[in-house]
Every structure is written in structure tokens, then in C-alpha cells.
Ligand binder design. Structure first.
Ligand code: HEM
Length: 533
């Protein structure tokens, strides 16, 4: 009897002690912690659990956006984490400090999963010195002159995608899938010297599915790891397929690269440039080359396909206040007016013709559907740092939440509306917009090295597609945006559209313009200038 009593007493002592410790932690985090003055919801201030819940649901970026609307341009998202939406925060967090150093990335959230798989991490995860060396080695591959040399590769696969679409015209087509086929085939050719044959086989290479599984898997596993020793509690909520992606992905990229190394080295592609200093102490090692190839495939293809899919959705579903028709018609009219045959779709003509609507639409697509919508966390260094006008203590995780900054009502008029004209210089009505808050390629020494290539690729693909087809959103995809999720990257449902092939005669275009009331829609006269990103 006495031993039962003392056991009960011991259990109660443990329960009270745990409750007391938890109570103290909560009081500390809410009222005493150096971040206590920053606004945020109570539960988010005391634990990372609410954030993790929305991550697992795939709705975290939109939830963070809601929090910014409620609490303002800086929100406390976890006991030691702040999220921003201001232009100043972009500069304070991502550009170099006066001593040329940078805020470190928090690699415990690394999307690649490399550290967890015991591999050599990609350049995104290297320390500053190693990163700078690799970036120097890559700079030639991304120079303007070299990018122009990639135009034939882009057009080869873009034309293949047009042929594939022509063979499917009349039936509803999933454009999201076509964009994946196309951008992965282009990236495969530029990096491995051979496409993935997605367009010719009309199937996504299994390797690409591994890549997707790996990114999502790594995002969930790293979030769960924050709850050690209770991380195992999250395992039932992680799809098994996401865990399997890991190993297969690593092996396949190595095999592909080895095959590339066996073929002629003077192709002018990315690998040719990187090979120039293979195994040189100032160059790149074989393992780094494997990782960099993989990074270029994922960074180069998935992002571009995501933007094109989101942009097409917005172009099809948003009406221009001028024409009362989808913006897609305005852009199509501008393209067909300026380029009378597909042979005119070249980089020089895209630069010289009056295609302001094309650049403005891409910028607006990147604002509303940024392919990397969050997860650019940095750690505040020793001594703390002034960010967006307020002092932040050392060790705090800080980031501009890309999607929130892009759609924050304090930054934009009609923040959720697709309005490409806001990007025109001196656009009437949009003078108060903070266009500088839109940085989909990030900023500073670790910004996107592929920005120029991505914009060039998106322009060529979009122009070719709209030149060849009249496009309509299928009924089943009208609610497409409501079904999009983000788990490490955008998980996109099918974007079903109906395509009608254009014959190409000037008379046909004139009739199309009249039928859609667009004869005055495409900007005429003085060439409009577009603010750059
Ligand atoms: C719309 C398309 C794209 C978007 C929105 C985008 C966005 C970004 C962002 C936000 C980063 C910074 C990531 C971080 O700090 O962790 C980044 C890095 C990077 N991106 Fe892109 N990207 C795009 C296309 C491309 C393309 C086409 C390539 C090349 C083929 C590319 C290659 C890279 C590389 C190599 C890095 C790492 C840079 C470094 O660490 O120095 N990206 N990208």
C-alpha cells in the first residue's frame, strides 16, 4: 500500500515538475525572450509546432501571408524566428555586411537533404569561401555571351513541345506537365549533354519524380528534426515515397554526369565551362561537379516550369480592366502584332520589338507565383543586427517571406490581382507600389545565378506558345489556385487547358482581334518601358 502511494506521489511530482518547466518556458518566450517585443500569435511565439503543422498541410506560405496582414511587416513565426515583408529587410538580410561577410544560412532546414544523406552538399549549402570559389567557376557559363549560345537548345525543345501540343490539340491538355517535360529536357541537354526525352516520350523521366520527392521529403524531415527526440511522431504523416526519393536521386545524377564526361567536351554547355578547372585547387572537384549538375537541373528546370504554369493560370483567369477579357488575349495580341512568323521569335527580336506586356506579365507572374516562395532563412551573427529599422539579437533566424512580401497590402495596390501594367514605368494608379519588395531571385552574393537564363527561357517559350495557339482554361481548372500546395516547392495540380492551333495568316489574326474586341488592346505608339526585377 505504501509503495503504491509513493509511486503515485512520484508520478505527481514528475507531472508538476514538467508542467512547471513548461510554464516557465512559456513565460520566458512570451514576456522575457529578446524577441518578446515582436508581434505574432501566442502559440507561434512559444513553439515551432504551429508552423510545422501548416508546412505539413502544404499551406505555410499563405498562412504566413495572413499573419503579416494581421501583425504587420515583421512577424515572430517561432520562438527564435522572424519573417519580414519590407524592401529594407531584403537589403539588411541578404546583401554583404560592411566587413564583406554574409549572414549564414540555417542548414538545418536545407532543402537538398544532402547533409542528412551524408553527401557533399550543393552550392546552396557551402560556406562563404567555398561558395565564392564555385560561383567564380560558374560565372562564365552564365555570362550573357554564353547564354545567347543556349538559344538553339531552348528553341529545339520549345518547338518539340509545340509539335507535341499540336498532336494533342482539341483535347484538354495539362500544361503543367508539358512545361515540366520542356524545362527538364532543356536543362538535361544544357547540363548532361542529353535531354531526358520527356517531350519525345510524353512522360516525365522517373529521375525527375525522385527529385520532387526528395525536395518535399527533405523539407518535412528537417522540420520534424526540430522536435528531437519526438521527431518519430511525425513519421506517419510523411508519405513513404518522399523518403525513398533520397538514395535513387543521388545515384542517378552521378550516372548521368559520368555519361556526359565521356562525350566531346566542347559543346559550349554548362558542363564544358565547369570542366575547364576540374580538380584544380581553385576550380571544382568531381564531387562538387556531381552536386552542381544536380543543382542546375533542379534549380533550372522546376522553377522555370513552375513560373510558366502559374503565369499561364493568371493570364487565363484574370481579366484586363481595359478589354474585359483575360490578359492572355492582350499578351497574345501584342506578340502576334510584333512577330509575323515563328522564325521571328529570336532573342534579338524579343529585345528590340515592343513586347513590354511580355516582360510585365513575367514580372507579375513572379510576384504572384514566385517559384521559391519562402525558406530563405539566415542566422543573425554575433553581436546582433539592425534589420528593417529594429535590433535583432544574435542567433535569431530571419527571412523575407517571398510570397508575403509580394502580396502584402502594405506593398501593393490590389495585392492579389494580376495586373501587369503595374510594372510599366510611371504606371498610373500604381505609383505607391513597392516593386523593390519583389525579389523572386533573391539578392546579394547568393542570389540566383540563373536569373538571366530563366527570363530568356520564359520569354522564348511563352512567345512561341502564344504565337501558335489560342488557349482557354478548361472548366476543371478554374479553381486551380485553391488546390496548389507548397511542400519544399510548389506541388501543382494539373493545369488543364484547351488549345486551338492558329493558322497564321494576317487576316486570321485581324479576325481574331476583332472577335475578341482587341483591335486596340495591344499597346501602340511609344514603346512602354518596364521596371526590372
Ligand atoms: C523562375 C526561375 C527561377 C527562380 C525564381 C529562381 C530563384 C532562385 C532563388 C530565390 C535562389 C536563392 C536560393 C537560396 O538563397 O537558397 C536561387 C539560387 C540559384 N539558382 Fe535559381 N531560380 C530560377 C531559375 C534558375 C535557373 C534557370 C538556373 C540555372 C540553370 C538557376 C540556378 C540557380 C543556382 C545555381 C542557384 C544557387 C546560387 C548560389 O548559391 O550562388 N536558377 N534561385
Amino acid at each position: 500500500m505504501a509503495s503504491v502511494l509513493s509511486r503515485d506521489l512520484a508520478i505527481w511530482v514528475v507531472i508538476i515538475a514538467v508542467a512547471y518547466i513548461l510554464f516557465c518556458i512559456i513565460i520566458y518566450r512570451v514576456y522575457i525572450h529578446p524577441l518578446s517585443k515582436y508581434p505574432g500569435p501566442f502559440l507561434w511565439k512559444i513553439s515551432r509546432l504551429p508552423q510545422t503543422y501548416y508546412l505539413f498541410r502544404g499551406t505555410l506560405p499563405w498562412k504566413i501571408h495572413q499573419l503579416h496582414e494581421k501583425y504587420g511587416p515583421v512577424v515572430r513565426l517561432a520562438p527564435n524566428e522572424l519573417s519580414y515583408t519590407t524592401v529594407d529587410a531584403w537589403h539588411d538580410i541578404y546583401t554583404r555586411l560592411p566587413d564583406r561577410s554574409q549572414l549564414k544560412k540555417d542548414l538545418s532546414f536545407a532543402a537538398s537533404g544532402a547533409s542528412k544523406a551524408g553527401e557533399n552538399g550543393p552550392m546552396l549549402e557551402l560556406d562563404d569561401e567555398q561558395h565564392a570559389r564555385l560561383r567564380r567557376n560558374m560565372s562564365h557559363a552564365f555570362s550573357n555571351a554564353n547564354l545567347r549560345e543556349q538559344e538553339p537548345i531552348i528553341m529545339k525543345y520549345t518547338n518539340q513541345s509545340i509539335d507535341l501540343l499540336k498532336s494533342q490539340a482539341g483535347e484538354p491538355v495539362d500544361l503543367s506537365e508539358i512545361f515540366n517535360f520542356l524545362t527538364f529536357d532543356i536543362a538535361g541537354d544544357m547540363v548532361f549533354g542529353d535531354s531526358f526525352n520527356c517531350l519525345t516520350s510524353a512522360t516525365l523521366h522517373p529521375w525527375i519524380n525522385f527529385i520532387f520527392a526528395r525536395i518535399s521529403g527533405a523539407a518535412l524531415i528537417s522540420a520534424a528534426a526540430k522536435f528531437w527526440p519526438f521527431s518519430f511522431l511525425f513519421t506517419p504523416f510523411i508519405d513513404k515515397k518522399l523518403l525513398e526519393g533520397d538514395l535513387k536521386h543521388a545515384t542517378l545524377s552521378k550516372e548521368r554526369l559520368d555519361a556526359r564526361l565521356k562525350i566531346d567536351e566542347a559543346r559550349g554547355d554548362f558542363t564544358t565551362h565547369l570542366l575547364r578547372k576540374l580538380n584544380d585547387p581553385h576550380g571544382i572537384s568531381y564531387l562538387e561537379l556531381v552536386e552542381t549538375s544536380r543543382m542546375l537541373i533542379v534549380g533550372g528546370a522546376e522553377t522555370t516550369a513552375t513560373l510558366l504554369t502559374g503565369l499561364l493560370y493568371y493570364l487565363l483567369s484574370s481579366q484586363s480592366p481595359l478589354t474585359k477579357k483575360p490578359y492572355l488575349f492582350t499578351l497574345t495580341a501584342a506578340i502576334r502584332k510584333q512577330l509575323s512568323s515563328p522564325s521571328e521569335i529570336t532573342l534579338p527580336s524579343l529585345e528590340t520589338k515592343d513586347l513590354a506586356y511580355l516582360s510585365a506579365s513575367i514580372n507579375e507572374g513572379l510576384r504572384l507565383f514566385p517559384p521559391i516562395p519562402g525558406n530563405l532563412r539566415r542566422i543573425v551573427p554575433k553581436g546582433g543586427k539592425l534589420i528593417s529599422g529594429n535590433w535583432v539579437p544574435a542567433g535569431t533566424l530571419v527571412a523575407v517571406n517571398v510570397l508575403s512580401a509580394n502580396t502584402y497590402s502594405g506593398n501593393f495596390l490590389y495585392p492579389h490581382e494580376f495586373r501587369p501594367e503595374r510594372w510599366f514605368k510611371d504606371a498610373k494608379g500604381f505609383e505607391g507600389d513597392n516593386l523593390g519588395a519583389v525579389k523572386p531571385f533573391s539578392l546579394g552574393p547568393r542570389n540566383c545565378i540563373g536569373k538571366g537564363l530563366a527570363i530568356m527561357e520564359m520569354k522564348l517559350i511563352l512567345t512561341t506558345l502564344l504565337w501558335h495557339f489560342d488557349i482557354e482554361l478548361a472548366e476543371e481548372s478554374k479553381d486551380w489556385m485553391d488546390r496548389v500546395r507548397v511542400i519544399g516547392f510548389f506541388v501543382k495540380p494539373k493545369l488543364m487547358v484547351k488549345l486551338k492551333e492558329k493558322e497564321g495568316s494576317a487576316e486570321e489574326f485581324r479576325q481574331w482581334e476583332l472577335a475578341h474586341g482587341l483591335d486596340n488592346a495591344a499597346p501602340n505608339g511609344a514603346k512602354l518601358e518596364v521596371e526590372s526585377l
